[in-house]
Design a protein around this ligand. Structure first.
Ligand code: ADP
Length: 162
């Protein structure tokens, strides 16, 4: 049976740090579903449909990667997709504490779903979507943090809310 993992997040925007986690995790899983959550506590920067479209472009040649959006609890989404693994990236001790609590609550709710963590590659540890958003908002050059080719990076930059 194919090992399916869900990689949930806001991905607002998706960065080269996220991309690297997915590419490395492809060695572990037969299918990775990048799942954009509608987070009620966070105001969105880019529309969810755009985020979905851009991430699809990044992985257009990767058969094992799917991109979807979801509402509600992540474990319920995993079950609906027959995914037994939840993939997350860890950058810092702060990430660890936050992720530990979420993973343990998820485990208490759905004991069949395992959370799997990959440590961020050192060159991506400083990258986070909220800093990238700030750079974009100020009109700075965020292209080195954005995935894809020049055309995709420009597409993302051009969609930045004014
Ligand atoms: P969330 O709002 O759920 O934290 P994010 O889009 O910020 O969503 O992050 C999704 C996942 O990607 C999280 O597991 C996060 O730790 C991981 N992540 C974020 N930035 C990086 C990065 N630079 N390198 C590796 N993993 C990252």
């Amino acid at each position: 049976m194919k090992r399916i993992a869900v990689f949930p997040g806001s991905f607002d925007p998706f960065t080269i740090g996220h991309e690297s986690i997915v590419r490395r995790a492809l060695l572990l899983f037969g299918e990775i579903i990048i799942a954009i959550g509608k987070n009620t506590n966070k105001k969105e920067f880019y529309p969810i449909e755009k985020r979905e479209e851009w991430i699809r472009e990044v992985f257009h040649d990767e058969e094992g990667v799917k991109v979807m959006s979801y509402e509600g609890m992540t474990v319920d989404f995993c079950k609906s997709r027959n995914a037994r693994f939840l993939l997350r990236g860890l950058r810092t001790a702060y990430d660890f504490e936050y992720e530990r609590a979420i993973a343990q609550v998820n485990k208490a709710m759905e004991s069949d779903i395992e959370s799997v963590f990959l440590l961020t590659s050192p060159e991506h540890t400083h990258i986070n979507s909220s800093i990238v958003r700030d750079i974009l908002r100020q009109g700075g050059n965020a292209s080195k943090f954005l995935p894809g080719n020049k055309v995709l990076k420009e597409k993302i930059i051009n969609e930045t809310p004014k």
